[in-house]
Design a protein around this ligand. Sequence first.
Ligand SMILES: Cc1cc2nc3c(=O)[nH]c(=O)nc-3n(C[C@H](O)[C@H](O)[C@H](O)COP(=O)(O)OP(=O)(O)OC[C@H]3O[C@@H](n4cnc5c(N)ncnc54)[C@H](O)[C@@H]3O)c2cc1C
Length: 281
Amino acid sequence: MIDCIIVGGGPAGLSAAVNLRQRGREAVVLSAGPSILEKAELVDNCIGLPGLNGTELMKQLEEHARAKGAEILHKKAANILPFGESFMVNADGDILEAKSIILAGGAARGAAIPGEEEYLGRGVSYCATCDGMLYRNSRCVVWGLSETAAEEAGYLADIGVKVTYVAARRPEGLKGSIRFVAGRLTAVEGEDTVRRVQLKDESIECDGVFILRSAIAPARLLEGLEVRDNAIVVDRAMATNIPGVFAAGDCTGTPLQVSKAIGEGQIAGLSAADWCARSGE
Ligand SMILES: Cc1cc2nc3c(=O)[nH]c(=O)nc-3n(C[C@H](O)[C@H](O)[C@H](O)COP(=O)(O)OP(=O)(O)OC[C@H]3O[C@@H](n4cnc5c(N)ncnc54)[C@H](O)[C@@H]3O)c2cc1C
């Protein structure tokens, strides 16, 4: 069993990984895509690291975490289930078990659309590799909102799902066999299970819909997690309301800044290491 799984490979998650390693604990970082920091042209308020752009700063943070022995997996956590004293994490279909969790997935983006939560698990999925097999020979819509969505749609097409891909524009690398529709989903509808999705000017009949955002809202990732105003509620040890689960960075609220993310990551790493020590070997 892994000591700690960190959901998110931005400044907060990597900082947490460094402190866990400093305490001799295993740290596995799940990273679904690039940190939002990579969009920054210049980050000039990070003490000791002046004049870097976001990509350069992220490279240094990643190199530091790897040098300390953190394992960084390019996978998305689709859901987390408490399991007795431990947690089971579904990472793109692989099930990983950990003693503790640190949530560091960045600020919540993209509110749920009508019907999304109602049909979650009954036709709505956030992970093609986890649930794709359930939809072989069926019609599915993929709403591509992340960098890896076209690849995930390709995987679905390869296993025999009839895919319609909806996005603002056709992504590079989308398989020729996949039907592309320009637009955005406005609602998911159905009866017992999903039957169709609505766009602004049309409706698409389907048996399932994969909503592929780069981040999954924390409360959808882990049931029962306390969230207020889109931010995970934490105490000064970065502990959430769920024992063994900690959070750090933009996902805990404002200010949305690198140094705050790094500082909170350090504290969450320490708290998770203490949790592992208290819960015994
Ligand atoms: C254009 C721009 C400029 C900025 N400039 C500055 C600046 O100059 N100074 C400053 O202090 N701050 C700046 N920021 C803010 C800064 O980027 C953020 O505060 C910081 O990146 C937050 O770090 P984080 O680790 O909490 O989240 P993020 O950096 O958002 O990282 C979260 C990571 O988690 C991953 N993730 C999410 N969900 C999952 C999941 N389910 N499974 C696996 N991985 C997941 C995401 O793919 C992402 O890689 C800027 C932001 C932007 C957009």
